[in-house]
Design a protein around this ligand. Structure first.
Ligand code: ATR
Length: 294
């Protein structure tokens, strides 16, 4: 990969609707931090235009960008080349345009791993059983990430057990599918528990998980980051378990894209976290100052 000229390079997040994407806050922060004269825009592209948009990507003048809901699967089809993670997950979240070709990758799993490596160093040393709550797009990336670090088996627990079974077909014998009522049997052996469902998000109930059943050295993490400390994480912390919040995944998944477009590998720092939290209406410790926007 050639190192781009870091003057006036443009990137964007592409989705529909796009107003609530937090990616511009993260990338604009890094552009300022590293003194790069580039830009990172929000681009709303409706579903009926996304294929044409990606087919004629050169016209945009963008070096690349992020792809978000609902375009991640279309982007997968439209790229000239995709990386292994994108192929396995069936979704692209990062684009790079170079020498007339559109390259796609999926950095969600890398973001999950980066967040845990930073928030709970050594978390993957002993490996073991992972329990994943949920079987949507986020679960896919996390299962891929956990497999890459040697966790086995990965117990996928979902309200709709058929969706968990689909993931077992996708990921193979290291994964098993379960309905939620089996959770009490799975927790005593878990080295890590990950919530990938939207439960626990502001305005939603929390998932009913008896954390007393987890081993004392288990790690609990959540992809929900509004609130920053979900009920699940708060209960895990009070039980004395290690916890990692969901904001880290959002920040770390942005690192590879920024590096590809602007040529500098950016750092996820406390100051970046504070900037994103402030934009969401939170104080730096994640305590709400005002009602956050959706
Ligand atoms: P994403 O791509 O962001 O992961 P998704 O595909 O809509 O989003 O998946 C959301 C996950 O949260 C699913 O596992 C979903 O369970 P179902 O597959 O049974 O729908 C889970 N989820 C959402 N609301 C839930 C609820 N009230 N109770 C239990 N699980 C819920």
């Amino acid at each position: 990969m050639s190192v781009p000229n870091v003057q006036n390079i443009r990137a964007a997040v592409i989705g529909w609707p796009i107003a609530h994407s937090r990616s511009p806050i993260v990338h604009s922060y890094w552009l300022r931090e590293y003194g790069i004269e580039g830009s990172y825009e929000r681009l709303g592209v409706p579903p009926e235009q996304i294929e044409e948009f990606l087919r004629t990507f050169e016209r945009t003048g963008l070096a690349g960008g992020n792809v978000t809901i609902p375009h991640k699967e279309v982007a997968m089809r439209m790229c000239d080349e995709v990386d292994e993670a994108a192929r396995l997950l069936g979704a692209v979240n990062t684009l790079r345009y170079e020498d007339g070709k559109l390259y796609g990758s999926n950095t969600d799993g890398i973001g999950f791993l980066g967040s845990l490596d930073a928030g709970a160093p050594g978390w993957d040393k002993a490996g073991g059983v992972a329990v994943v709550l949920g079987a949507g797009g986020a679960a896919r990336a996390i299962i891929w990430a956990l497999i890459s670090r040697g966790f086995s088996p990965i117990q996928i627990v979902n309200r709709t057990v058929e969706r968990a079974q689909d993931l077992v077909v996708r990921f193979g014998s290291g994964t098993q599918a379960h309905s939620i009522d089996v959770l009490p049997d799975l927790l005593p052996k878990a080295a890590i528990l990950v919530n990938t469902t939207s439960l626990g998000m502001n305005g939603q109930p929390s998932m009913d998980v008896d954390l007393d059943l987890l081993p004392d050295n288990a790690l609990v993490t959540d992809i929900v980051y509004v609130p920053l400390e979900t009920d699940l994480l708060a209960r895990a912390r009070k039980r004395g378990l290690r916890t990692v919040d969901g904001l880290g995944m959002l920040l770390h998944q942005a690192v590879p894209g920024f590096e590809q477009w602007f040529g500098i590998r950016p750092k996820v720092t406390d100051a970046l976290r504070a900037a994103v939290l402030a934009d969401m209406g939170f104080s730096a410790d994640g305590t709400s100052k005002k009602e956050p926007q959706a």
